[in-house]
Design a protein around this ligand. Sequence first.
Ligand SMILES: [Cu+2]
Length: 138
Amino acid sequence: MNVRVLAGVAFALLVVALYLYINPPISVSAVSYTYTGFSAGVFFKARNLGLSEVCIVDAYIEGVKTVVELHETVKEGGVAKMVPVDKVCIPPLGTVEFRHGGLHVMIMGGIDPAGKTLVLVLDDGREVKVELPSKPRS
Ligand SMILES: [Cu+2]
């Protein structure tokens, strides 16, 4: 290997490292929530910008001690009910939609989500901050 090839490889590695540094492993958009006074459901689209699968394994509200769970609404015998899920995995370059009647993040403890910061914890230990809107969805 000559010096030029080595320099090329080093440059490519630097570009990849910079890309991963600048871009979070997932990008979150279309954030909304509902709030009943007892619990809140948070909905969004999560896109995996990376080339390997990423899983959301936990979530919490920054600076607030309360229970936050990953939920999925499923129908059993025609009745919709929510079940906790351990993790939500997003395929490489794929998108998973958290939506009303499907996957959602559930905030317990009567915490009003308005303007709070939801933190999604990924299986590689990284965290993605999601700013919640100031009003619930209409
Ligand atoms: Cu729920």
